[in-house]
Design a binder for this molecule. Structure first.
Ligand code: RNT
Ligand code: ZN
Length: 432
């Protein structure tokens, strides 16, 4: 009943609600026109791997374990190839407003049914993705894939004690840097190449030192100068983690490791919202790290009790991250990429919920009367500051959000839900 009413809301009603909201915000010194325009511009890089549960298109030559990545659920409709995945992503981008990029993993190479070793991946294996992105005027981002591979089954890749294993993964990462460079050049937009590796130990390592030393050396080799790699188009990032499945006790690439590594090598640090202790959030880290780092990559995710990669929702953690970015005027220094995978519900809805929640959190932060509450804080009027922060939580955000959606030609309110149901009936359920 409520949903039906929402669906029938007229454009005129939305406009009227927006006019009232605009006045509400103007009265507290907030310009909604500016907030909408800014919120629409910020690119959100959509991870391709929600469409297929991090499966990938690779033709495999040996048994592999998941490498610490686990999508649970068996909802029908998983994308089985590039065409299906691109169609899914197009649908998501119609239903979520604002500028998007698409974030690929090396696992999504299209190799015409041939098994191409990861260290032999070339730009040609991503030509379809590049052509698609060019036609739709979207930027691409990219990731090395250090998991789901026979040479990752030991739980160690770039930090493996066996030199030949390390060399294989170094070649893989360099191949990806070349591909990212070509993608960036072709699209005239720099590509962020993120490196996350599962390396770690399940229990009580006797040596925490050697793998870390080897990882530094291997990453330095990856990030050295290589023919065909141009840092103007390929911007490397490194992503740390606290623990993973099978690496509960020790992760070689911890957050401290990469924070120091990224700073000293002038690459980007990636913070994933799920990669810390359960009550530790990343919002407070941003103003600390950006005193020293030029920029950051954020993996927008949602942990529940552990790094569970749940669908991103408009919750306090997400809002706090965007408040920090807006309050610190740091939106231009931080790249945003979604990162979660839920196979237990409609995957397209999972995407749209997360993409919309992310931009909604951005809009909400832009609607905060930051100058006013800072002034109160500076004057020592702490209770009033807190009171205004409380009031700001329930202003007419929804009306401004609807207007943002309308301007971006995306469905307002809950109107997108019916579109996903249609897509499920007409497209996803036919993928059997
Ligand atoms: C894993 C990291 C990593 C992956 C993707 C698939 O814990 O979050 O970013 O989710 O590379
Ligand atoms: Zn991540």
């Amino acid at each position: 009943m409520h949903m039906a009413t929402t669906n029938r809301r007229k454009n005129a009603d939305l406009r009227a609600a927006y006019r009232a909201a605009k006045q509400h915000y103007a009265a507290i010194g907030v310009d909604t026109e500016h907030a909408i325009a800014r919120a629409l511009q910020v690119p959100i890089s959509l991870h391709c791997w929600q469409a297929d549960d991090v499966g990938g298109f690779e033709v495999r030559e040996g048994a592999v374990d998941g490498g610490g990545i686990l999508a649970t659920g068996s909802h029908p409709g998983r994308a089985r190839n590039g065409e299906e995945m691109r169609r899914d992503l197009e649908t998501v981008m119609r239903l979520a407003p604002g500028v998007h990029r698409v974030n690929l993993h090396a696992l999504y190479a299209e190799t015409e049914g041939r098994a191409v070793p990861r260290d032999e991946l070339r730009t040609q294996h991503f030509e379809r993705w590049i052509a698609w992105a060019r036609a739709r005027k979207i930027g691409l981002d990219f990731n090395t894939t250090f998991f789901a591979h026979p040479l990752a089954n030991d739980g160690l890749t770039l930090s493996h004690p066996d030199r030949s294993v390390r060399e294989f993964w170094i070649r893989h990462a360099v191949a990806c840097r070349r591909i990212a460079t070509d993608m960036g050049k072709a699209l005239r937009a720099p590509v962020i190449l993120n490196h996350w590796l599962p390396d770690g130990r399940k229990d009580s390592p006797a040596d925490r030192w050697s793998p870390r030393r080897r990882l530094v050396e291997a990453l330095d080799r990856v990030l050295a100068r290589h023919a065909g790699v141009d840092p103007r188009w390929c911007r490397d990032a490194v992503e740390g983690k606290l623990f993973g499945i099978g690496s509960e006790d020790y992760v070689v690439g911890s957050n401290e490791f990469y924070a120091a590594y990224a700073l000293t090598r002038n690459v980007r640090l990636c913070l994933d919202m799920g990669h810390f202790h359960p009550t530790e959030t990343i919002a407070d880290k941003i103003s600390a790290l950006l005193q020293f780092h030029e920029g950051l990559l954020l993996h927008v995710s949602r942990p529940i009790r552990w790094d569970s990669d749940h669908v991103v929702i408009f919750n306090d953690d997400l809002r706090a991250v965007f408040q920090e970015l807006v309050r610190g005027n740091a939106l231009d220094r931080v790249a945003l990429a979604t990162d979660y995978f839920d196979a237990s519900i409609n995957r397209i809805a999972a995407y749209v919920i997360g993409a919309r929640a992310t931009r909604k959190a951005l809009l909400a932060a832009l609607l905060e009367p930051t100058a006013a509450i800072r002034q109160l804080e500076a004057e020592g009027r702490g209770a009033e500051k807190l009171a205004w922060m409380e009031e700001a939580k329930v202003g007419p955000l929804g009306a401004v959000w609807d207007e943002l959606c309308r301007r971006a030609r995306a469905p307002a309110g809950a109107d997108w839900i019916a579109a996903v149901r249609d897509y499920e009936e007409n497209v996803l359920l036919r993928r059997r």
